[in-house]
Design a binder for this molecule. Structure first.
Ligand code: ZN
Ligand code: ZN
Ligand code: ZN
Length: 368
């Protein structure tokens, strides 16, 4: 998040002896003459106006918190060496707190406040009634506007228990099925059988360079690709400004600088939009397949005739042996991994099969 400075405002402090509100840069109460104490806090005035006076603004921009005299407590400017009240050495003086958020910045006009003694409307920042001189209280704070960048997350909706129970039941059922499957699949029975038929199939992919279209951010497109149509799309949000980025800022708020002024700041993010483009590259693509099949024990690779712009792709082979049970009308299918193993299954030869309860053949040994 980047913090942008909107400007500077004068804060105010309330005298603990007579409840008079005083401008932040004043160190002495205008009504009773009491000094602002170390424990007295600066507050945001009801009506906030950005400082335009050049000298005041230059001072606010320095933002050096005032210091309190260790002997008499008087507030002195940061650069003072001797207390202007008691003349004490300020080398050991403690600086005021800096950086506290005093509230949202409100720059709109604030309605006048009626005097509690005579009813005369007075500006919201006025300390004393312009007619009777009575001390005016600070009007009640209006709640700060919601910051668009800090929307509270929506409360999670209470979920119905029924779907949860249903999902639970399905999970339990699936687990039972999985356990049963493994139990049935692992235990095998020795079954005598005769080779009834054999089948092999071998295939070779035929590939050709074909234009293939994809989509990506412009700076991610491989070199040599043919770039098609592009459009600006939202890519990411970053904290630093960037050319062409969309600035999204939260509500301005005021931070106590410790010198009677407040810095009005705004937290901003930057939405980056980039070109997203279609592009075309030539890619080797499977366009055909040459296949050879047979029902003997001599598997062959198919003859492949290629054009000049074609090449061979991947190869695949499959060997299947069908057995008939020695004593029953049942048949079993056995998938063999290699041509070497496949060549052992002579037609009519006798074998002992390992058969699972589900009827899958997991192994075959020549019968003795
Ligand atoms: Zn006072
Ligand atoms: Zn002092
Ligand atoms: Zn009055």
């Amino acid at each position: 998040m980047t913090q942008k400075t909107v400007g500077y405002v004068e804060l105010e402090w309330m005298c603990t002896y007579c409840d008079t509100r005083n401008p932040g840069t004043h160190k002495k109460c205008a009504s009773c003459g009491a000094m602002m104490g170390e424990a007295d806090q600066f507050e945001a005035p009801v009506q906030q106006e950005l400082i335009t006076d050049e000298a005041k603004l230059a001072r606010a921009k320095r933002g050096r918190p005032d210091i309190h005299c260790p002997y008499c407590g008087t507030r002195n400017p940061a650069e003072a060496e001797k207390c202007k009240h008691c003349g004490g050495d300020l080398a050991e003086a403690v600086a005021r707190e800096k950086g506290r958020v005093v509230g949202a910045y409100r720059d709109g006009p604030v309605p006048d406040v009626p005097c509690p003694y005579c009813g005369t409307p007075n500006p919201a920042n006025a300390v004393k009634c312009k007619k009777c001189g009575g001390v005016l209280q600070k009007p009640a704070e209006t709640p700060p506007a919601k910051t668009p960048l800090a929307e509270p997350a929506a409360a999670p909706k209470p979920r119905s228990r029924i779907p949860v129970l249903a999902i639970g039941a399905v999970v339990v059922l699936l687990s039972i099925c999985a356990v049963a499957y493994f139990a049935l699949g692992l235990r095998t029975t020795d079954t005598p059988a005769i080779v009834q038929s054999v089948m092999w199939e071998r295939s070779i992919e035929i590939m050709e360079e074909r234009p293939t279209t994809y989509e990506d951010w412009e700076d991610q497109i491989p070199t040599g690709a043919l770039i098609g149509s592009c459009s600006k799309e939202y890519r990411r949000t970053q904290s630093e400004p960037a050319p062409g980025a969309e600035e999204v800022c939260g509500t301005p708020y005021t931070v106590d600088q410790g010198d009677g002024t407040g810095k009005v700041v705004q937290d901003c993010e930057y939405r980056i939009y980039d070109n997203r483009c279609e592009y075309t590259v030539n890619e080797w693509t499977v366009v055909d397949e040459a296949v050879a099949q047979g029902s003997d024990l001599n598997p062959q690779w198919p003859n492949v005739s290629l054009w000049s712009d074609q090449r061979e792709g991947g190869r695949a082979e499959e060997y299947v042996v069908t057995f008939r049970a020695d004593d029953r009308e049942e048949t079993y299918t056995y998938y063999v991994d290699s041509a070497d193993e496949f060549s052992r299954f002579d037609m009519g030869s006798y074998w002992t099969l390992k058969v699972t309860a589900l009827g899958d053949v997991t192994g075959a040994e020549p019968a003795r």
